[in-house]
Ligand binder design. Structure first.
Ligand code: AP5
Ligand code: MG
Length: 222
């Protein structure tokens, strides 16, 4: 099962991707988490990516595409994966399609050369800024909480790995506004892209997170 999560910043892509990954035992691959790990570790990639991320801009395709395409070629992705935050531009989506085609051509007949689903978690812009200001992130393991909707049982500490939770640098209201406008310009066109491939499914992301998850499971198991 190969799934792409689409949706505005803060729509709940990461929250849902983790739940899907746990239920279906496939890896959750978040380009944003990969960048944040690199930033935390002070790598060259992290330094370059931070310049863009802190301004609410997309990291250039040259720094993003090969990284993610390589990640989906790992052995743990044989039975599928959930991509969260990639693709975010039409060239990224085209690069992913090309890589899928290439990897299927070398395998036995019947291996699918396409994604199975693009799940669009739909949340209007008005709801996003409040969600982001209440989000707390773990830079250790990528877990995400919300001070009201999904608080950590351990307060400011991650339930999963015990690291301190932080407000992400790019979750300041002015940066969130910029991320939203970048989303509408550069990422929303992917909705048409995957609609024309016949794999786009939209869920109402304003519901409680367990109801959003139930709606996604229904789609995946239909
Ligand atoms: P990335 O980390 O992907 O950020 P994003 O797309 O802006 O999305 P978020 O992670 O902010 O939100 P989410 O949809 O995962 O929501 P979450 O589940 O946390 O990317 C960061 C940056 O990296 C980008 O801006 C860009 O610069 C760069 N980047 C990454 N990938 C790239 C690419 N492919 N190309 C170029 N640049 C790239 O939920 C949000 C909050 O709401 C949480 O607090 C959560 O607890 C809460 N919540 C979730 N669901 C619900 C619900 N149903 N009800 C109430 N609260 C909820
Ligand atoms: Mg996320």
């Amino acid at each position: 099962m190969k799934i792409v999560m689409l949706g505005a910043p803060g729509a709940g892509k990461g929250t849902q991707a983790k739940m899907i990954a746990a239920k279906y035992q496939v890896p959750h691959i978040s380009s944003g988490d990969i960048f944040r790990t690199n930033i935390k570790n002070g790598t060259e990639l992290g330094k370059k990516a931070k310049e863009y991320i802190d301004q609410g801009l997309l990291v250039p395709d040259e720094l993003t595409v090969d990284l993610v395409i390589d990640r989906v070629s790992w052995d743990d992705c044989k039975n599928g994966y959930i991509l969260d935050g990639f693709p975010r531009t039409i060239p990224q989506a085209e690069a992913l399609d090309a890589a899928l085609k290439k990897s299927a051509s070398g395998l036995e007949n019947g291996t699918k050369a396409t994604l199975d689903f693009a799940i669009n978690v739909d949340v209007p812009d008005e709801n996003i800024v409040t969600r982001m200001s209440g989000r707390r992130a773990c830079l250790g393991c990528g877990a995400t909480y919300h001070i009201i909707y999904n608080p950590s049982k351990k307060g400011d500490i991650c339930e999963v790995c015990g690291e301190s939770l932080v407000l992400r640098d790019d979750d300041k209201p002015e940066t969130v506004q910029k991320r939203l406008s970048v989303y509408h310009d550069q990422t929303q066109p992917l909705i048409d892209y995957y609609t024309s491939q016949g794999i786009l499914k939209t869920v109402d992301g304003t519901q409680d997170m367990n109801d959003v998850f139930a709606a996604i499971v229904k789609i995946l198991e239909a």
